[in-house]
Design a protein around this ligand. Structure first.
Ligand code: KIV
Ligand code: NA
Length: 257
């Protein structure tokens, strides 16, 4: 059954929402067959697949290229496409055009990083008929300002700010909100305060759902995964072993036989 933004919204309080990132056709097919509710074409494509050290260099063209591959799988899961930093910082008509383009391609929603600071832009998009997934806490697109990956909301002042960000995401009409690296107790408070689902990454269990970067949970990354990630497979080492076995077969004339 096709999952919509309405489905995601209504899952709050019913059962936890499962979400992963995907950037290509086969991963999307497997995630969808597994029954995942929401597939995010994250701008994490920049670091997981394209070899950049942050998501900052990711362009609209890159997102379109990967979103198109994901959408060719026509998953039942809701597909959400990240608005990359390079676009999200341009004038709002430009962001609206980019968002419309993703919806025309078949995406169900776009994701925009930022809390109170992005409220006007989110409201503008929602009023124009674009379903928007919010994103608060750690904002990877601002990593060059913030300087480091860390937990958010430990000080009272920062907790206040993040609560305000969460309320601003709901007020602008988003159907759900991603929380990234927010203190687990504060995450529970945000979940209780919002009427839209809080989908956490590195936020602990007190959320309405969870999202993981697929390369992290599948052991496909080339760097150390964050400590909050549960690693379900070691596909990277399996790929290396397969290439080694193939190479040896070729060198020893065992393949083709
Ligand atoms: O791009 C991404 O993978 C994300 C998730 C961490 C939520 O934004
Ligand atoms: Na992202």
């Amino acid at each position: 059954m096709k999952i919509t933004t309405k489905t995601i919204r209504e899952l709050k309080g019913d059962r936890p929402i499962s979400a992963v990132t995907a950037y290509d056709f086969p991963t999307t097919v497997y995630a969808d067959e597994a029954g995942i509710d929401l597939i995010l074409v994250g701008d994490s494509v920049g670091t997981t697949v394209l070899g950049y050290s942050t998501t900052v260099p990711v362009t609209l063209e890159m997102m379109e290229h990967h979103a198109a591959a994901v959408l060719r799988a026509v998953p039942d899961a809701l597909v959400v496409v990240d608005l990359p930093f390079a676009e999200a910082s341009l004038e709002r008509e430009h962001v609206l055009r980019a968002s419309r383009r993703f919806l025309q391609m078949g995406a169900g929603a776009v994701k925009l990083e930022g809390g109170v600071a992005q409220q006007d832009l989110r409201s503008y998009l929602v009023d124009a008929g674009i379903p928007v997934l919010g994103h608060i806490g750690l904002l990877p697109q601002r990593i060059q300002v913030e300087g480091a990956y860390r937990k958010y909301g430990r000080s009272e002042a920062e907790a206040e700010q993040i609560l305000a960000d969460a309320e601003s995401v709901e007020a602008s009409g988003c159907f759900a909100c991603i929380g990234e690296m927010i203190d687990p107790i504060l995450s529970g408070e945000i979940r209780d305060r919002l009427s839209i689902p809080l989908i956490g990454i590195g936020c602990g269990p007190e959320c309405d759902g969870q999202i993981l970067v697929s390369h992290d949970m599948l052991g496909l990354g080339t760097e150390k995964v964050p400590s909050f990630v549960k690693v379900y497979a070691e596909l990277g080492p399996q790929i290396r072993r397969s290439f080694e076995a193939y190479r040896e077969d070729v060198l020893e004339n065992r393949f083709p036989s």
